[in-house]
Design a protein around this ligand. Structure first.
Ligand SMILES: [Zn+2]
Length: 264
């Protein structure tokens, strides 16, 4: 069976930027997996760290169940996702367990370091999937096979230096937008917190607005998620783009692709 995994930093990041694509892959017969590296322990002004960790673990598990995804528990804390050996070995173990054909993760450049580091960790943990001398923790057997990595758009659709980021391709998530919304609602503790901390008018409306904006960028779909495919070296064949399996719900951005006309 084909397998996909979304690897994000915080509980709710998958729902904001990646969940629609996961749901469509599931419809295509993929087994889907859901993982946030961080417990979400800082996302509160009401609870202590241990209490909010438990609340957010339950919320994330509920969301994964709504999406029909296998849940993988976090092993970092907020603002403590570091590109370090310990985290890399643990994430490599998850990759070897899941054996994903598709990895969905954050943009390589995003507004905060937890996202950027998660993206780097996901890339290297996947890169090491077939390397016997890189020991994962817990130790799992290495295996070389094709895997394609896609980076989501940054949260604000701009990088940390405010430059707009252009998607290399778009996925039409209109048919699954309601399920995305249900999954996001599972993160109930976050609705107050984000309204206070980031002056978002509405947690749920934010996801709607992002999906609509990316839809407008596609010039084709109402609600969309945008992706940039990682360079194939060390991962898969040069032209491997398995999101094409989504058929008419997938659109390659020719404006982006024309920058890459030189063939490897
Ligand atoms: Zn986040």
């Amino acid at each position: 069976m084909k397998t996909a995994i979304a690897i994000a930093a915080h509980p709710d990041d998958i729902e904001l930027m990646m969940a629609g694509t996961l749901l469509l892959l599931k419809k295509q017969g993929y087994e889907i997996n859901y993982m946030n590296l961080s417990s979400g322990n800082v996302g509160t002004v009401e609870y202590d760290s241990e209490t909010i960790k438990e609340i957010r673990l339950r919320e994330a598990q509920k969301s994964a169940a709504i999406l029909g995804a296998h849940f993988h528990p976090p092993f970092c804390n907020d603002l403590e996702i570091f590109y370090d050996e310990k985290t890399l070995r643990r994430l490599a173990s998850v990759i070897r367990e899941v054996k994903p054909n598709i990895v969905l993760t954050h943009s390589p450049a995003d507004y905060m370091e937890d996202h950027t580091n998660t993206s780097r960790l996901a890339v290297t943990a996947t890169f090491a999937r077939g390397m016997p001398n890189f020991i994962s923790v817990p130790s799992r057997i290495h295996e070389n096979y094709d895997c394609t990595i896609y980076h989501a758009l940054p949260h604000t659709l701009r990088d940390a230096l405010r430059k707009p980021v252009i998607a290399g391709s778009f996925v039409n998530v209109t048919s699954v937008q309601e399920i995305k919304l249900e999954a996001l609602k599972a993160h109930q503790s976050q609705q107050n917190w984000l309204d206070i901390s980031q002056k978002l008018n509405s947690y749920l409306q934010t996801m709607e607005d992002i999906s609509l904006k990316v839809g407008r960028m596609s010039k084709k779909f109402t609600y969309a998620e945008g992706w940039r495919r990682h360079l194939h070296y060390g991962f898969c064949r040069p032209d491997e783009d398995p999101l094409k399996n989504l058929g008419n719900d997938y659109l390659i951005n020719q404006e982006y692709e024309k920058n890459f006309e030189e063939k490897f």
